[in-house]
Design a protein around this ligand. Structure first.
Ligand code: GLP
Length: 242
């Protein structure tokens, strides 16, 4: 694992953006694994800026998102499809047909999970998978548990996760109870993983995930077993990594 901490926001987002733009400039057909949450927003803004400056094109790229809420209409303000369109896709030259997000409204959700895995299997591996981390150590929506699921699956969101995400909804009761998520096995198949962690409130979980025991109690700790992981921490989250 290569772990870097940044004193300034600019260095953090520029380094993250460079990982993606240099990949795309070397291979315009690169497959990007994308994430939602507040953490990658600065990176997405930087990618939009670099695209506008003519420094990168996404015209031939394909993207795969990690997860989606179950039961939120596709165009709901807080669906991950809306998030990705508004935060990134609407502002770059990507072909939207090449952007994939699990369908949380599929009539047959189990079938949707199988199709998403089939697609990843046929088109993969993902060249770079972007990840954030939940306060409980979740990656995508793989919550801490006695055992983890390898492939795409339906998951019940833990109270802590719903509370953390309630800030985006009118009230906690509006936060979906379930999500469809790529599994840890699919995530670990990516050629490279770039994890972004920011904020003092993530310092403890960053330490646990990156230096603690590898355990399904902290799904992000499994990344310690991946051969090609880069972790970028801002000053707050990187308190233990100075
Ligand atoms: C969400 C997403 C994760 C994300 C995490 C942290 O629940 N499913 O992919 O990494 O929570 O989000 P944030 O960056 O807003 O702290």
């Amino acid at each position: 694992m290569n772990i870097y901490t940044f004193k300034d926001e600019e260095g953090f987002v520029q380094t993250a953006a460079n990982q993606i733009t240099s990949l795309l400039n070397a291979n315009p057909y690169a497959k990007l694994g994308l994430a939602t949450g507040s953490t990658p927003v600065g990176l997405y803004n930087k990618l939009i800026e670099m695209h506008r400056q003519g420094l990168v094109s996404f015209a031939n790229a394909t993207t795969y998102n990690l997860d989606e809420y179950v039961g939120l209409p596709k165009d709901h303000a807080e669906s991950y499809r809306t998030f990705m369109n508004e935060k990134l896709f609407n502002h770059i030259d990507i072909n939207k047909e090449q952007t994939h997000i699990p369908n949380g409204n599929a009539e047959d959700l189990e079938d949707e999970c199988r199709s998403y895995d089939r697609m990843l299997e046929q088109n993969g591996p993902i060249d770079i998978q972007l990840l954030g981390i939940g306060h409980n150590g979740h990656i995508a929506f793989n919550e801490p548990a006695e055992s983890l699921t390898s492939g795409t699956h339906i998951t019940t969101l833990q109270a802590k996760t719903r509370e953390a995400n309630a800030r985006f909804f009118p009230s906690i009761d509006d936060v979906p109870t379930h999500a469809i998520t790529m599994g840890v096995g699919s995530i670990m198949k990516a050629r490279q993983i770039m994890m972004l962690i920011r904020g003092e409130d993530k310092a403890e979980i960053a330490k646990r995930a990156l230096t603690g025991p590898v355990s399904t109690d902290c799904p992000a700790s499994l990344l310690q077993c991946h051969p090609n992981v880069i972790v970028l921490l801002d000053q707050g989250a990187g308190r233990y990594f100075k």
